[in-house]
Design a protein around this ligand. Structure first.
Ligand code: UN1
Length: 502
């Protein structure tokens, strides 16, 4: 697949295997958040007409793709994984330039797509249904998984290859076709992924990419009558709109939304380990993960020491362009994101939390053209403050003191979100107690709130999700529907519930 339509840097939509411009002629620039003078490419700012074309292409391709045996579909996915492995470094560099996170993390992002590809390719030879006895003699009962149809996918910018892969690979191995929209600020990484899939043999129309803005592309996609399922990752605010829109036409809809993830540190914890975890959980990806550690609830006996050491270590993190291997924190993804984060710092200050480090834009000569924010630690945060309740999605962490595990759990659960959670302790009894008590889809013991592996269910409770899971078999549940089959070989009418043979 030639990834570029006309000039070196203009990308079309990818529809039915062809490059298609937006009929409006509108485009958007993709710029490097570490240095906004660098232009990575021009992408289409599409709208209804392109979404319709893409959905029609996916609908037409479904007839054939859904009938390709699953193990054959899986072979294409395995070839995709091999291509991604070969190009891991190149795609990681593109991703760092596109969204800012440091190279070791963008390599991890590509690796996550590779892991997802291998995992779901394995499903090509599993995709287990079930058989069960019938209540009647000479009758056989089973159910098998069937594809759902055309799936619409709306992706975020923080994991611009991994998260699309969580959606595309399970959908494809199950026989669905897709229309996928990247975040408007990170389309290149998705183009790289879909380019690899096309080279690996995914037929035209099976995966279609439409770039553009959420309200112009996403809205049409979720309302289109031929789209049977929608998978969305993004904010709770947008998730609510999508959920409402899908329910009107009875589309199945998976929402993976925000978080305000707590890490609890008890007095008996290995403090060094907890500090390492806090730095990685709060400041990895410059805090832009839905699973980022954004509240640290520390028991009183170690609170002071933990606070001092965290602030001190946070200040030693190197901020800069993620392409430099010695850098720990890259820029946040955009100017708007930087402004939001700095606005929350201001809110925290006004609410009376104590700022112990960071809190400013980092704009040295080298970083002045990018959107860098210093790693920021607030202490003495009250659980009711906005910085302890609302998702910030930046390198800002709130420290809250607590008296006991019970107290900590109450604080941890006292938010609208419930995605990830973590506890540091050496006491197995208290760890198990916390696992059961934490209102979250994911719980880590002696590890930070980030680090999900692709073969386990990923998703949250409360306003973090609507009950579906990505990763593991949960994803297959979303992208398949059951066909229940009864085979009666008795040669007579047998009535369930009525005929009750001995
Ligand atoms: C996210 O938090 O936005 O668990 C996704 C992790 C990654 C995925 C995170 N594997 O850290």
């Amino acid at each position: 697949m030639t990834t570029i339509a006309s000039s070196m840097k203009t990308y079309g939509n990818f529809i039915d295997g062809k490059w298609v411009p937006a009929s409006s002629g509108n485009t958007s620039e993709n710029r490097n958040p570490a240095d906004n003078r660098e232009l990575l490419g021009i992408f289409q700012r599409s709208a209804g007409p392109e979404v319709n074309l893409a959905v029609e292409a996916a609908d037409a391709a479904f007839q054939k793709w859904s009938r390709v045996p699953a193990p054959r579909r899986a072979e294409i996915i395995i070839r995709t994984a091999a291509i991604l492995e070969e190009r891991k470094d190149e795609y990681a560099r593109d991703m760092t330039r596109e969204m800012g996170k440091v190279l070791k993390e963008t390599r991890g992002d590509v690796q996550e797509a590779i892991d997802t590809a291998y995992y779901f390719a394995g499903e090509g030879r599993r995709m287990f249904g079930l058989t069960t006895p019938s209540e009647l003699p000479n009758k056989f009962a089973l159910c098998s998984r069937e594809p759902v149809g055309v799936c619409g996918m709306i992706c975020p910018w923080n994991f611009p290859m991994a998260i699309p892969s969580w959606k595309l690979f399970p959908a494809l191995v199950a026989g669905n076709t897709c229309v996928i929209k990247p975040a408007e600020i990170t389309p290149l990484s998705l183009m790289n992924l879909v380019g690899a899939m096309t080279e690996a043999g995914v037929p035209p129309g099976v995966v279609n990419v439409v770039t553009g803005h959420a309200h112009e592309v996403g809205a049409v996609l979720t309302q289109h009558p031929l789209v049977r399922a929608v998978s969305f990752t993004g904010s709770t605010e947008v998730g609510r709109i999508i959920g409402e829109s899908c329910s009107r036409s009875f589309k199945r809809c998976a929402l993976e939304m925000g978080g305000k993830n707590p890490m609890i540190v008890l007095d008996d914890a290995n403090l060094d380990l907890a500090l390492d975890g806090a730095l990685w959980g709060a400041f990895g990806t410059a805090g832009q993960r839905c699973t980022a550690t954004s509240r640290i609830i520390v028991q009183k006996g170690v609170y002071k020491r933990f606070t001092e050491e965290l602030a001190q270590r946070a200040q030693t993190l190197r901020i800069g362009n993620g392409l430099d291997e010695s850098v720990d924190i890259g820029p946040v993804v955009s100017k708007t994101q930087m402004e939001t984060v700095l606005h929350y710092v201001e809110i925290g200050r006004r609410e009376g939390a104590r700022l112990v480090c960071g809190g400013e834009r980092f704009d040295t000569a080298e970083c002045g053209h990018g959107y860098f924010v210093e790693p920021t630690v607030f202490t003495d945060v009250d659980p009711k403050m906005r910085i302890a309740q609302e998702e910030i999605f930046g390198p800002v962490v709130a420290l809250l003191p607590c008296n006991s595990l019970e107290d900590a759990i109450q604080i941890a659960n006292g938010v609208n979100y419930g995605l990830s959670s973590a506890l540091y302790t050496r006491d197995i009894n208290r760890a198990l107690e916390a696992i059961a008590a934490l209102d979250a889809g994911i719980a880590y013991i002696n590890a930070p709130t980030i680090g999900a592996e692709v073969h386990l269910p990923f998703g949250g409770v409360k306003q973090s999700g609507n009950g579906h899971r990505e990763g593991g078999v949960g994803a297959l549940d979303f992208y398949t529907q059951w066909k229940t089959v009864y085979i009666d070989y008795s040669d007579r009418l047998q009535r369930a519930q009525i005929d009750r043979p001995e």
